[in-house]
Design a binder for this molecule. Structure first.
Ligand code: ATP
Ligand code: MG
Length: 411
């Protein structure tokens, strides 16, 4: 039989939540996650955080089969802002997510009757589905948090009675920086989540929270409930080490059937310009692959057109974020971009000093503080530690300096 030759396609995957062809440099986090699965009782939950495009979502997706292989159940989704409008909406989210894994548990009439379900015969069984969990929720007296706890306990009670009970449940929520309390409306969905899990974990119920999001996430948790500081361990996904960046670039095209090869020089240009940030590696590599294929077809020698690719990256990745900023916010960002350590961290005082040398109308410290808050809400900066801020978007400083340069050349 003739073997069918499959055409080797561009393997790189720039895009939110797109699993890369080779997941580089995350072994330490994966083995750390395995140790969290061994906890009994659960004393630590996980916050998986990092700048935009650092690989949080794909790492969370990688954790899922690992947990399931260790006999954990896995529930969760992306948390949109609407999930955290009120305590009830968060409760609905939790119940809907839980019901996906509980709906294949069947319980007998007697247990069902205690929460108001009447079935035809003693022997008849009922699934622990969404409706049943809502019933448990509604029949529990007290506050929303009490109702949620009662649903969580009810589920664990029945899971334990299974022929092969799971070790526990991982509640994995991506984009969890969207969670927040709303003091004016007297709605505290984030506090509810933290309180419910803390209480349930105290009762030795093995439910573990894995929250993923931008670096604003952890401070938000602590602001809502100070005990969150002890409840969570933070895993910060940084840029990849040089050796790991090189693997991320070269491993996907190692296959003999891959039509292109990259010289060490090209690999270095990509590694250098990506800053080791996973999204940038995928983006640049995808472009380079296409250019090299075209050149090969034409029989020409190829090199990495890095300036053109960076220009494309600016248009695709940075410009949209920059376009949403107001003129005054842009002024502030441009001042920050001139600070020598802006890609690491910066302070209000440093911005104020720099703005005095750069602008006709410099910023006051209270104005800077206020604008840093709005830029934080816009996902452009975050408070790294007391008094120190940083960009929440990788390599934003370089982009801003390119913009400034371009504007100067246009003048
Ligand atoms: N370890 C890695 N090695 C190589 N590429 C990676 C790695 N992690 C992520 N990527 C790639 O980086 C890009 C961004 O990944 P992902 O969407 O998981 O990031 P994120 O941190 O969740 O981003 P966001 O902050 O926008 O939610 C994807 O194209 C993905 O394929
Ligand atoms: Mg993500």
């Amino acid at each position: 039989m003739k073997s069918v030759k499959v055409e080797f396609k561009n393997p790189f995957r720039p895009g939110a939540g797109q699993m890369p062809p080779y997941l580089a440099g995350r072994e330490p986090q994966i083995s750390e996650f395995r140790t969290y699965l061994k906890q009994s009782p659960i004393l630590q939950n996980l916050v998986l955080t990092g700048l935009r495009g650092s690989g949080k979502t794909v790492l969370l997706d990688t954790f899922k089969p690992i947990a399931m292989k260790e006999d954990w159940l896995w529930v969760g989704t992306d948390l949109s802002e609407s999930a955290s409008i009120s305590e009830e909406t968060l409760a609905t989210r939790l119940i809907a997510d839980l019901s996906v894994v509980t709906s294949n548990i069947k319980i007998r009439k007697q247990s069902a009757a205690t929460i108001g379900f009447i079935t035809a015969s003693e022997e008849e069984e009922m699934p622990v589905n969404y409706q049943m969990l809502v019933q448990v929720f509604q029949r529990t007296p007290g506050l929303v948090v009490d109702k949620v706890k009662s649903v969580l306990l009810f589920v664990w009670e029945h899971l334990q009675r299974q022929a092969k009970p799971p070790k526990g449940i991982v509640f994995a929520y991506d984009e969890a920086q969207h969670l927040s309390d709303h003091v004016k409306k007297e709605q505290y969905p984030l506090a509810l989540l933290l309180e419910a899990f803390q209480s349930i974990q105290k009762q030795n119920v093995p439910y573990m929270l894995v929250l993923t999001g931008l670096p604003t996430l952890f401070p938000k948790l602590v602001e809502s409930r100070t005990f969150a500081e002890r409840m969570f361990h933070t895993m910060f996904l940084d840029h990849l080490e040089r050796s790991e960046s090189i693997k991320a670039i070269t491993k996907p095209i190692e296959d003999d059937s891959c039509p292109i090869k990259l010289h060490a020089e090209s690999v270095n240009v990509i590694a250098e310009n990506s800053g080791g940030y996973p999204y940038f590696i995928q983006f640049i590599c995808r472009e380079v692959y296409d250019v090299f294929i075209q050149k090969k077809r034409l029989g020409e020698k190829a090199s990495v057109p890095i300036n053109e690719i960076i220009r494309k990256l600016d248009a695709d990745f940075f410009s949209g974020r920059y376009a949403r900023a107001t003129d005054r916010q842009r002024d502030l960002l441009n001042v920050i971009a001139q600070l020598p350590k802006c890609d690491v961290e910066f302070t209000v005082h440093e911005i104020m000093k720099e703005s005095a040398t750069q602008l006709k109308k410099p910023f006051s410290s209270s104005h800077i503080n206020q604008m840093l808050n709005t830029l934080t809400d816009a996902g452009l900066v975050y408070k790294k530690r007391p008094g120190k801020y940083a960009f929440a978007v990788p390599l934003l400083g370089q982009f801003l300096r390119r913009q400034i340069q371009e504007e100067k050349t246009l003048l």
